[in-house]
Ligand binder design. Structure first.
Ligand code: SF4
Length: 100
């Protein structure tokens, strides 16, 4: 028998809703990462990462660019989000991480 994914269990028990509300509370005075911008992302204010209330997805799909144990035969599921709080000068994904 296949194990139930944790997110289904969390949804059924209400844990997912509790975590969503906890995340929203953080976004009101954002300290989600060590930058501690203290902006209200729920009102559209933006800090170093330049992400407001909603993150933006650049692309998604099966990913085959990692070692075989990680991607298997059908690829790993990958979601690339735009903007990043690290701002590394050598970033290989500069167009999505820096330019959004
Ligand atoms: S960089 Fe973004 S996630 Fe990090 S504290 Fe600032 S607004 Fe929040």
């Amino acid at each position: 028998m296949q194990a139930l994914p944790a997110y289904i269990h969390h949804h059924e028990t209400g844990e997912l809703a509790r975590r969503i509300e906890a995340a929203r509370a953080i976004l009101r005075d954002c300290t989600l990462c060590p930058r501690h911008c203290h902006v209200n992302r729920l009102e559209g204010e933006k800090g170093v990462c330049r992400v407001g209330r909603f993150p933006m997805v650049s692309s998604f799909g099966p990913h085959f660019g990692e070692e075989r144990p990680l991607v298997g035969r059908r690829g790993s599921g990958t979601i690339f989000l735009t903007c990043c709080n690290l701002r590394c000068v050598f970033c290989q994904n500069y167009d999505i991480s820096h330019q959004g």
